[in-house]
Design a protein around this ligand. Structure first.
Ligand code: PRT
Ligand code: ZN
Length: 283
């Protein structure tokens, strides 16, 4: 039995539940529940506050969990980081009032900085040989300079609009973060095997997110040139069309690579180009 902890409600919930469901786990979403069984797998989903997950996994209340890297680094629990999951991306940054002149990192020496991440801030300051006062507050960090509580803040930034609307500017990125899968150090053999299975499925889902299935039609005398820029999983599939002299070419490539190569494909005579999402991808 594998107990999987996810955030009950917040910015990680949807991505975590979506990922587990795409891995084939069937369960009901836990709006009013703390725990739900997985109907088709020997596992339970625990719905918790994200801050509690690192220590629950360390203490064996849960066996694995999905949290932000920022929360993992702040809580310093003794757990394994198994995999970066590619969603809930953000950065933890230092910000100062927008009218202040930023003179570089020494700006923070002797200043007061408000944050919900005192450990991360402490080690950042130590690494840079800076001495600053740390005001640890649990929410609405961005209002601290405006009410005279601090000279600067360190907080999560995603689009930057919260900083902007509070008259602040981002001046240093302390770390970049995304959702990660963590696991307990004391899994039994069966749980280790289950984690391997889960990881195999997660990797198939994540790989599929980056790649697209591409279908296009091409004149037969251009197949070689087109195939040379379409990598495919092994090599592209080429099938004859009903119209003689033409073929359909099928391939798999990353979406960004596709956009880089689209003009070249068209110049080589590719027509009727279709880009289709891939559900799972196993190598
Ligand atoms: O209740 P619980 O303790 O479980 O949740 P929480 O309130 O502590 O966390 P939550 O749900 O806000 O965030 C969970 C995780 O999502 C964080 O630990 C990050 O890893 C990640 N994440 C990604 C974010 C953001 N993006 C984000 N934008 N966490 C918070 N924010 C905040 C940010 O602090 C700012 O105040 O959203 C606000 C808007 O950001 P901008 O820059 O887009 O304006
Ligand atoms: Zn939290």
């Amino acid at each position: 039995m594998l107990k999987i902890a996810v955030q009950k409600s917040g910015r990680l919930s949807e991505g975590s539940i979506d990922l587990l469901k795409k891995c084939g786990l069937k369960f009901t979403n836990g709006h009013n529940q703390l725990m739900t069984p997985v109907q088709n797998y020997d596992a339970q989903i625990l719905f918790l506050r994200d801050d509690d997950i690192p220590h629950y996994v360390q203490d064996g209340v849960a066996d694995v969990g999905i949290i932000g890297e920022n929360v993992f680094l702040e809580h310093q629990a003794n757990v394994d980081v198994v995999k970066k999951l590619g969603f809930s991306k953000c950065r933890v940054s230092l910000a100062i009032p927008k009218n202040e002149k930023y003179t570089g990192i020494d700006f923070f020496d002797g200043k007061k900085i408000a944050t919900s991440y005192p450990h991360i801030l402490k080690s950042f300051l130590e690494n840079h040989g800076l001495k600053a006062g740390i005001h640890s507050i649990s929410g609405s960090v961005e209002i601290a300079p405006g009410i005279g509580l601090a000279d600067a803040i360190m907080d999560i930034v995603s689009t930057g609009s919260t900083l902007l609307s509070n008259g602040l500017k981002e001046v240093e990125t302390v770390l970049v973060s995304e959702a990660i899968l963590i696991s307990s150090l004391s899994l039994d053999d069966q749980q280790k095997q289950q984690l391997e299975q889960l990881l195999f499925r997660i990797e198939a889902v994540l790989r599929a997110r980056d790649f697209k299935y591409i279908l296009l039609n091409a004149p037969n005398d251009r197949i070689e040139d087109i195939v040379s820029i379409l990598p495919g999983m092994k090599s592209p599939t080429v099938l004859p069309l009903a119209e003689s002299g033409w073929s359909s070419i099928h391939s798999v490539m990353s979406e960004s690579k596709f956009w880089e190569n689209i003009d070249q494909l068209k110049n080589l005579g590719a027509q009727g180009i279709l880009i289709v999402p891939i559900e799972k991808m196993v190598l």
